[in-house]
Ligand binder design. Sequence first.
Ligand SMILES: Nc1ncnc2c1ncn2[C@@H]1O[C@H](COP(=O)(O)OP(=O)(O)OP(=O)(O)O)[C@@H](O)[C@H]1O
Ligand code: SF4
Ligand SMILES: [Mg+2]
Length: 321
Amino acid sequence: MSLLAVENLEVRFDTADGEVCAVNDVSFSVEPGETLGIVGESGSGKSQVFFAVMGLLAANGRARGKVRFRDTDLLGMPVSQLNTIRGAHLSMIFQDPMTSLNPYLRVSKQMTEVLVQHQHKSEQDARRIAIELLERVQIPEAARRFDQYPHEFSGGMRQRVMIAMALLCQPDLLIADEPTTALDVTVQAQILDLLAQLRDTLNTAIILISHDFGVVAGLCERVAVMYAGRIVETAPVREIFYRPQHPYTRGLLQSLPRLDADDHQELPTIPGQPPNLQSLGEGCAFSERCPLVQPHCLTDRPLLRQIAEDHSKACHRDLAA
Ligand SMILES: Nc1ncnc2c1ncn2[C@@H]1O[C@H](COP(=O)(O)OP(=O)(O)OP(=O)(O)O)[C@@H](O)[C@H]1O
Ligand code: SF4
Ligand SMILES: [Mg+2]
């Protein structure tokens, strides 16, 4: 049985200008210990998929479809019940560390509270476990810094505190939403190493959300590429890198900086803008930007179809390898 199975997930937001279709017919699964990367431009729906999974959509949002964690259906579950799963088995590191760290509470208080409430640990045990975790995420002088407030930590250190918090209850699945954006390259690499160690030592399954293919390639076995709220291609990382089969994925890969590139050479970007999620038409959502568009792309929406073992794409055309 998969650890997480998402089927035909849709997320809609009601706004004053009409309905926003942020996530459209998304299906995927994650096995125990697996690492899955979710890639796509800003606004493609990456975060909303997992806010729906975690039951954390904004008040104007609603989700439809199926989200199963092991054999438990998460969508529509009462918050009290969801809280027991979220705390103990399923954790998320958010894009902005300050959304999950309370600026007015010492880190020690925020960490021990979880252990005391969810796992009924004594205050003393909770302190010991939390400090060990901070050491594990390589916070220098963890015991001394434990009683500091979040603003006393640098950006990179705060991100580590968040990872430590997400690991307090040893989750089976860790969802990391852009955990390294806004950090410098060295800290970025350290945090990715840390996630890889956690996967290897604790067998934690990890979903890594990023707009950066390079970051995902460093950690993940499999990738799902999102565009306009849909998965448009999914395959093992190496397959996507060497044999991308969707024109959007090809465009994303071409806009990756190359080590052998001349510093002054401009990176190609995909021309045009993502479509308006309030008025998605009948055809392929990428058609306005696609160099390979054909007339029927404008009228028939391509569904995700298998094109090789463990490789699927949503595009009408077969591209040369
Ligand atoms: N509360 C809301 N009301 C209306 N639209 C929303 C709301 N929250 C998100 N959206 C829209 O849903 C779409 C998908 O957003 P999402 O946050 O999932 O993007 P993303 O892929 O995570 O982007 P980024 O890389 O910038 O984080 C966006 O167009 C966004 O504007
Ligand atoms: S379906 Fe057509 S428009 Fe869409 S990505 Fe494929 S070729 Fe391009
Ligand atoms: Mg996001």
